[in-house]
Design a protein around this ligand. Structure first.
Ligand SMILES: [Zn+2]
Length: 402
């Protein structure tokens, strides 16, 4: 399997010069290295994390960034031992911080976590598979995008903001790196104008749909996004500043945030999240969009902060049941498309399959993911309901027991 992977990577690299630009090749080099077996899944506190961190430092140096933490590249932090796990010990992780100094008072932060799940166990969706969880999409893709944005921004000599680039660690254990940063920021917190986060930007689909959250955290975002949106892209915007990635840590300290995500997939948090499945051109496109956003917001004197309705928390506390599927967050059509049906759960028992589109559930029409969430919040465990899904264009009726 490893050999096969090597051959695939070699094939992809060999055909690049004829297809992609030079810089796109750099994006691929970054992802392939960060997601390689040598880094053993970049778990916080391991040798793989250190190797990844040194690599990111060397890349930042070569781009001409300065060390961002008082002359140093790293900011270390502790993750306490987990009392619910055997053999759990305190871990030390490190953020990598690069600084583009434009002698401005305020700064914009661009971030992406670089840690992943190592050989699985904590956070894995394939907990019995101890092969390396390579985390190519999650989140070597975000780091590569961040470095590409850094490369473009270093060529912008006139900026009204400094830019701080942070590769966070400790994300997979619970956003520890970003929390540590905002507790001990490298510049006064009031001087952080906005934070832009990327987590899983490596699977841009053929329809060019990007999920962007945090759009409600400033009155500026909607206009900016409309102005820079390429005609062939669809932005799936959501208001909330809270979500399962590092932007949440900044939002909670009242900093306007935007978070970019190209969608869920069946390899999420599994050893199969590999670099040969990544859409490199897609990473470049997403990164270019974020670059355009930074250039657009740079002259704005004050990017106001707005507290948003906490959607994800509401959803989590309202759920009495789950179906055991991974929704397709970037699906735009009618219904709720299932990216992946999870092993042994209600949906699988009911006979649902990856790619099914739920259009009817428990007596309700399902037009989108919000209708689906609403139905989940209204049912309880043991309820038996009917579901209707679209499979290869045909309607299929199924019996579901929550
Ligand atoms: Zn992630």
């Amino acid at each position: 399997m490893r050999f096969l992977k090597f051959v695939l990577i070699a094939l992809i690299i060999l055909r690049i010069p004829t297809v992609f630009s030079q810089l796109n090749q750099q994006i691929q080099v970054d992802v392939v290295y960060l997601a390689s077996e040598e880094l053993e899944g970049r778990a916080t506190g391991t040798k793989g994390e250190s190797l990844a961190a040194s690599y990111i430092v060397s890349r930042m140096k070569s781009l001409g960034l300065k060390p961002g933490n008082d002359g140093g590249w790293y900011q270390s932090f502790k993750i306490p031992a987990n009392p619910h796990m055997v053999n759990s010990a305190e871990l030390t992780g490190k953020n990598v911080i690069g600084y583009l100094d434009r002698k401005a008072k305020s700064s914009i932060i661009i971030g992406a976590h670089y840690d992943h799940l190592g050989h699985g166990v904590v956070g894995s969706l394939a907990p019995n598979d101890h092969n390396t969880h390579n985390g190519a999409d999650d989140n070597a893709s975000g780091v590569a995008a961040m470095l590409w944005i850094a490369e473009k921004l270093t060529q912008q000599k006139k900026l009204e903001h400094n830019i701080i680039f942070i590769a966070f660690s400790g994300e997979e254990y619970g956003l520890f790196g970003s929390k540590a940063y905002i507790e001990n920021p490298t510049i006064p917190k009031e001087n952080i104008s906005a934070m832009i986060n990327m987590d899983m930007v490596g699977r841009l689909n053929a329809e060019n749909v990007i999920a962007i959250s945090g759009v409600g955290t400033s009155s500026k975002w909607n206009n900016v996004l409309q102005e820079i949106k390429p005609a062939d892209f669809t932005f799936n915007n959501s208001e909330s500043g809270l979500g399962p990635s590092d932007h949440s840590s900044f939002y909670l300290k009242e900093i306007p945030v935007l978070h970019f995500f190209t969608g869920q997939h069946k390899d999420y948090h599994k050893p199969s999240d590999d670099s040969y499945l990544v859409n490199y051109e897609g990473i470049e496109k997403v990164a270019n969009i974020i670059y355009d956003i930074v250039v657009k917001i740079d002259p704005i004197k004050k990017i106001d902060f707005i507290k948003t309705k906490d959607q994800s928390k509401e959803m989590a506390t309202d759920f009495k049941v789950t179906l055991g599927v991974m929704p397709d967050y970037v699906y735009n059509g009618n219904g709720m498309r299932i990216d992946a049906v999870l092993e042994g759960r209600a949906a699988m028992k009911a006979g649902m399959k990856d790619g099914d589109i739920i259009i009817h559930l428990a007596g309700e029409d399902i037009k989108d993911i919000h209708d689906y969430m609403k139905v989940l919040s209204e049912n309880k465990k043991g309820d038996k309901v009917k579901a209707k899904v679209l499979r290869d264009g045909k309607e299929v009726e199924l019996d579901v027991e929550f």
